[in-house]
Design a binder for this molecule. Sequence first.
Ligand code: DAH
Length: 369
Amino acid sequence: MGNIDSLKYEILKAIENATSLPELEEIRVFALGKKGSITGMMKDLGSLSIEEKKEAGKILNVVKDEILLAIETKRILLENIALNKKLASEKIDITLPIRTETLGRIHPISQVFEEVVAIFGSMGFSVAEGPEIEDDFHNFTALNLPLNHPARQMHDTFYLPSDANGDKDIDSSYVLRTHTSPVQIRTMENNQPPIRIIAPGRTYRCDYDATHTPMFNQIEGLVIDKKTSMADLKGVLLEFIKSFFELDEIPTRYRPSFFPFTEPSAEMDIGCSRANGELKIGEGNDWLEILGCGMVHPNVLKAVNIDPEEYQGFAFGLGLDRLAMLKYGIPDLRTFFDSDLRWLKHYGFIPLDIPSVTGGLSSNGGAVR
Ligand code: DAH
């Protein structure tokens, strides 16, 4: 037992100097393992007298506890050091500025989509969706456009082949939706009034020139409640158009029009000037047609089992691409779909500048010029 103090000292010193977890484990085995030095001493106690055993056993137990504590303390320390080293090596410096030359851009359509959703969202509208392959019933019939209705001609529809069974039932034949209005029908089929939705999405018509592409984007709006009027419609649209063009005042006018799914129907124009071939919105004494709207036709409500005696509502539809062209001065619609990176760099928006009514719609990023 004479050398217990020097052995303890030696072991504690080794623990203190250990620089790695395996090294520490070696020391533990050396001292307290099956064949360890302290373990050996404990085994030797058997040969001592009871009195001596009591005395020496006590001392050995204290030494053992001391060594165990020293090992545990050192283990925690070494583990912390290892963890910190690992964290330091995996650190990413998020303070580095983004390299703008490699930064992607948000397409103007996506930007305008977010802007419109932000504005209507702030007015309590939610976003509804519907399929792009639509059946004839939702795209036409339920919208008060029965078969052979002359207004169907205006849509330049892409019809899909009739189904494999050769089913000629017109309501179950499919088209690429020609407008977002069928989302009105789907929303009313699945929800009870009050309803307040917008439905932005892709639409298709067989048409192609500087202001028409076979695929384009529309936004539908629908409000159904017990008391809604043309005045509500005008209020909502005025608020929207002012927010969208980020102007305090914009003159508007409503011209009587015809859509089968609204009665009365109107087209909304906004004031603009076209002096020197440059379009300026919100000033001057010229007019620019911006959207179609009206009070939902009773036949549309009947088609979805809503009682027109109890409920009424208004709807509107506008071209998202056209809005983007007007706001950001993009002259040719076809360029939206060219996938030309130089164009996107010019007209695109910096990511993460998420439009909001309070934080700014386009003011933070604006088109990157
Ligand atoms: N669906 C119409 C179109 O594509 C646009 C439209 C006009 C939608 C008036 C409406 C509306 O909801 O009330 O030409």
